[in-house]
Design a protein around this ligand. Structure first.
Ligand SMILES: Nc1ncnc2c1ncn2[C@@H]1O[C@H](COP(=O)(O)OP(=O)(O)O)[C@@H](O)[C@H]1O
Ligand SMILES: [Mg+2]
Length: 232
């Protein structure tokens, strides 16, 4: 199995010079291709901080994050933006779709940044929206979609650049239980059929039950991990 993420001795201290908050305290983590892993823990345990560091949206105070052998903590801001664009798909709790764009244009947007041809963009966006069951909503704007439908567009968008893995921070937090279960079905299908790696945070027990590996954070430390972790 190919290594997706190797994180060594991650710490994150917010406001180190005023009122320090020790959000992450010495996390080692090894994730492999094809994982369907939940990051769980009480509110304030550091889930969002850790996901943001693993995805290069934030930098750790100490430690290294290797993705496909590249230490992203050593990249410049511009290099990091490019690296994220090509390697990592993101799904957020609040969907974060661009309101003035249609579902299809939202999915195409990343491919536009990647300077892909119009025909390729349109074809791939259409295929991805079909995969998440939204072939009849291509030309609709986010405001006309339910929360569950918007989050499915967000998953299609995350897939658009063919990322190595998808990070999802509480993707079901704003969904009712039926929409949450439907979203998990789609993520699980993409994991099984396309071997797409997913790491998602949640505190919903029904979502936790769907994970194949569960990593529990308490006070910024890994409290338990249902898979054997390689700590070096
Ligand atoms: N930008 C920030 N500045 C200062 N403290 C923060 C910031 N973001 C998060 N924290 C603190 O870091 C800790 C972990 O937060 P977070 O990663 O959001 O946890 P979770 O996602 O598990 O709820 C909490 O104590 C939180 O208050
Ligand atoms: Mg959070």
């Amino acid at each position: 199995m190919e290594t997706i993420i190797d994180a060594h001795n991650i710490t994150k201290i917010y406001n180190p010079d005023t009122v320090p908050v020790y959000a992450i305290n010495g996390v080692h983590l090894h994730l492999e291709e094809g994982e369907f892993t939940a990051l769980v823990g009480p509110s304030g345990s550091g889930k969002t901080t850790l996901l943001n560091i693993l995805g290069g949206l934030d930098r750790p105070t100490t430690g290294n994050v290797l993705i496909g052998g590249v230490d992203i903590t050593q990249l410049s801001e511009n290099e990091l933006i490019n690296f994220r664009l090509r390697n990592i798909g993101f799904v957020f709790q609040s969907f974060n779709l661009i309101p003035v764009l249609t579902a299809k244009e939202n999915v195409e947007f990343i491919m536009l940044l990647e300077k892909r041809k119009r025909s390729e963009r349109a074809e791939r966006a259409g295929a991805l929206l079909k995969q998440v069951g939204l072939d009849d909503k291509m030309d609709v704007r986010p405001s006309q979609l339910s929360g569950g439908q918007q989050q499915r567009v967000a998953v299609a968008r995350a897939l658009a650049s063919k990322p190595r893995f998808i990070l999802a921070d509480e993707p079901t937090a704003n969904l009712d239980s039926k929409a949450a279960s439907n979203l998990l079905d789609i993520m699980a299908k993409l994991n099984k059929e396309e071997n797409m790696t997913f790491i998602f945070s949640t505190h919903d027990q029904r979502v936790i039950e769907r994970a194949r590996r569960v990593i529990t954070l308490v006070d910024g430390k890994i409290d338990s991990d249902t898979a054997a972790v390689k700590v070096e």
